[in-house]
Design a protein around this ligand. Structure first.
Ligand SMILES: Cc1cc2nc3c(=O)[nH]c(=O)nc-3n(C[C@H](O)[C@H](O)[C@H](O)COP(=O)(O)O)c2cc1C
Length: 270
């Protein structure tokens, strides 16, 4: 893998493609990546690479995609977190090879995707993504969507990350060895770019929280998928910088604002 921080910084969602299938080498690459992804949250994620024409897969926001990747999980504790983590790990590995992706939760012909994925009632398929070669020019619609939801912007570091408590904004300097993983987390993609992640740095630990700003649906909590995505950015960066640690559930005394839910913590080795 190239430098993950470079991949994270150059990634963006791709909705306009060159209208050709993946080459056989790239198909093999995608298959290999989706079969080998592991997550620290313990729920297995089932991926498939699907031919759009064969399965009648469509999206009103996508132009020129011939292939899709979709993923499903059992409806159990930690499902969305695992799925987001695994799916974003795949998207970053794809971006590294010049293959464009965009997670789609709403803008897809859901019935045909679920059929192609053989989703059982005890399973959920929160997102799927086209996989293909980014066109040199994005469609008018894609450009307008990006502007409307301010896809190129992110909330300021000190507005989402805190020092010891939610009342005390964290500066980059105060973040110390967590600065780079948190900077990379901040660049994560999220549903309608809501950026639900919040984090409190507390000694050797970083506690992660979800700010609920979208309603839950029958598909579960899509912002938990966002949290899994964010944690993959954080985790992959710690791995690259050799910062040892693990995810754990901590017994916290931190008082969180309304609608802000504790998710998990990263505890660094001393
Ligand atoms: C869980 C999730 C669901 C998404 N669902 C859709 C969708 O249904 N339609 C769409 O056009 N974009 C969707 N997106 C893409 C986001 O709008 C995009 O990631 C965000 O605006 C940030 O832009 P960027 O990925 O280019 O950084 C989704 C992203 C995530 C993470």
């Amino acid at each position: 893998m190239g430098r993950i921080v470079d991949v994270i910084q150059s990634r963006r969602s791709v909705r306009t493609f060159e209208n050709r299938s993946l080459t056989s080498e790239d198909r093999a690459y995608v298959e290999q990546v989706i079969q080998s992804i592991e997550t620290p949250f313990g729920v297995p994620v089932g991926f498939r690479l699907l031919d759009a024409a064969e399965h009648g897969l469509k999206s009103p926001v996508i132009v020129g995609a011939c292939d899709y990747v979709a993923a499903k999980v059992e409806r159990v504790q930690g499902a969305e977190l695992s799925l987001g983590f695994a799916f974003e790990t795949f998207c970053l590995r794809a971006a590294e090879r010049g293959i464009g992706t965009v997670m789609l939760a709403a803008s897809l012909s859901r019935k045909s995707f679920e059929k192609a994925m053989e989703v059982n009632p005890d399973e959920v398929m929160p997102v799927a993504s086209p996989v293909g070669y980014p066109a040199t020019k994005m469609s008018l619609r894609e450009g307008m969507m990006r502007k409307a939801i301010k896809s190129d912007e992110r909330l300021p570091f000190s507005q989402v990350f805190f020092d010891d408590s939610f009342g005390s904004p964290l500066s980059l300097d105060q973040a110390g060895r967590f600065a780079e993983p948190l900077q990379m987390l901040r660049l994560a993609p999220s549903a309608t770019n809501k950026q639900p992640w919040r984090a409190v740095v507390d000694g050797d630990a970083v506690h992660f929280f979800e700010e609920h700003s979208l309603k839950e649906s029958a598909l579960g909590d899509i912002q938990k998928v966002d949290m899994g995505i964010a944690l993959s950015h954080f985790w992959l960066t710690t791995q690259e910088q050799g910062l040892e640690g693990r995810f754990a559930t901590c017994d916290l005394a931190i008082i969180a604002p309304e609608d802000v839910e504790y998710v998990t913590s990263f505890v660094a080795a001393r």
